[in-house]
Structure formats: C-alpha cells, structure tokens
Design a binder for this molecule. Structure first.
Ligand SMILES: C[S@@+](CC[C@H](N)C(=O)[O-])C[C@H]1O[C@@H](n2cnc3c(N)ncnc32)[C@H](O)[C@@H]1O
Length: 219
C-alpha cells in the first residue's frame, strides 16, 4: 500500500503505462534487484510529459542514484539539453557513469559529486527544470538555492512529497520518520503559501509537487 491513493487506482494507472524502452528497462531491473531507489513508473511518465511540454534546455537534478531519471530526462528533453545531476554516494556515481556512458550520453549529463546543499551553493547557471529527488528531509533547506538557480519561467518538480502518506496523515507517521515528515510539511507550506510561487501537489507515485513562479497580473 502506497498510503497515497487507493491500491486499485495505483494499479490501474500503472497498467496504463506501456513498457519502458530497452535502455530504461535494463537499468530499472538492475535497480530493483539491487534495491536502488528510482522514480516510480507513474512519476517517470509524469516527468516525460512535463519534459515533452516544457522542452527545458538546462535541467538540474538532485539525486542521481544510478542515472535512471537522468537518462530518462535526457531522452525526453530537447536534443541539445544539458543535465547537471548531484549525488554524494560514490558507488552510485560509478554505476551511473557506466550507464550514462553505455547509452552515449556523457556529453549531455554531468554528475557533480557531493552533498546537494554544498554543490547547489557553488552553482551559478540558471535552470529551466529542477528535479528534487534526494534528501527528503532537506527539501526545505534546498529550496532557497533552487529558487536562486531557477529561470524566470522554470519549474521545480519535487518527488516523494507525501512520503507514503505520512505527510498528510499523523496516524501513518513512523516515529523515526518524524523529522523528515515535519520538514517535508515545511517545504510544502513554503511553496504553497509564498505569494511569488504557485504549486500543485499531485497524489501520484509517492507524491509530486510542481512549483513555478506566479505571474503577477497588473491591476
Ligand atoms: C531516490 S534516489 C534518486 C533516484 C534517481 N533520481 C532516479 O530516479 O533514478 C536519491 C539519491 O540521492 C542521494 N542523496 C541523498 N541525500 C543526498 C544529499 N544530501 N546530497 C547528495 N545526494 C544525496 C542518495 O545517495 C540516492 O542515490
């Protein structure tokens, strides 16, 4: 049970998603076998749709793992898109590099090793799309840096924002997860209440929040 929506709804949505490309299926199988957390299929499909609509030229990802979502994004973004992805775990990076090389995407995907917050502070470029998928307990800390790096019309897609339903319902909260839940609620509070931002929370996968800058309409 995901704790996000009814099981039958989840199963039905999953059943609508066609088979992955061979490239992604291979990485997905490796991830499942080795318990590497990667985006759920419905979240992957959501990203594909957003990328197809938005066609971002520059993408920033927090949390590379073994490169699954980077490779997926690079397949659906612009031909000339560049992805910068941050990961602190050296073993994950080794595996991601192998996958990225294998699929000829080395010139399109750059991995930056280190803690997201530290790496973010050192970045200067602006990004059209930022995908937050690392350090669930720190999205609220990453947010100011992500907003600094976000293009005027850019969007932030944050995964796992409902965290197995715990963020929406105290009765589901496991004691050892309290800090993550509190911080995730703080993230959602900020992106929902900040008058300069507009956010939609989607109860899909583990919960996705899409944020962009609110357009100010002259009165
Ligand atoms: C959910 S996985 C990313 C999955 C990947 N986006 C995908 O779908 O293919 C999260 C990754 O973030 C990394 N991570 C967690 N906290 C981090 C932090 N503070 N800085 C950098 N990497 C972090 C973990 O090592 C893990 O590999």
């Amino acid at each position: 049970m995901s704790g996000i929506t009814f099981d039958y709804v989840e199963q039905y949505i999953k059943s609508l998603i066609c088979e992955e490309s061979d490239i992604l299926r291979e990485i997905e199988e490796f991830a499942h076998k080795n318990l590497v957390p990667i985006v759920q299929r419905e979240t992957a499909r959501f990203l594909e749709v957003i990328l197809t609509i938005k066609k971002p030229a520059k993408i920033l990802e927090l949390g590379t793992a073994i490169g699954y979502s980077s490779i997926l994004m690079s397949m659906y973004a612009n031909e000339n898109s560049k992805i910068t992805t941050i990961e602190r775990d050296i073993n994950m990076i080794e595996e991601a590099k192998k996958n990225i090389e294998k699929y000829g995407l080395t010139s399109k995907i750059e991995i930056k090793q280190g803690d997201c917050l530290e790496v973010l502070k050192g970045l200067k470029d602006k990004y059209d799309l930022i995908f937050m998928d690392a350090g669930k307990g720190h999205y609220n800390h990453f947010l100011p840096e992500c907003l600094r790096l976000l293009n005027k019309d850019g969007i932030i897609v944050a995964d796992n924002v409902l965290f197995r339903g715990m963020v929406a319902n105290d009765e589901l909260v496991k004691r050892r997860k309290i800090t993550i839940v509190k911080r995730m609620r703080s993230y959602l509070d900020i992106v929902s209440k900040d008058k300069g931002l507009i956010t939609s929370v989607i109860p899909m996968g583990d919960g996705i929040a899409v944020t962009t800058r609110r357009k100010i309409i002259d009165e």
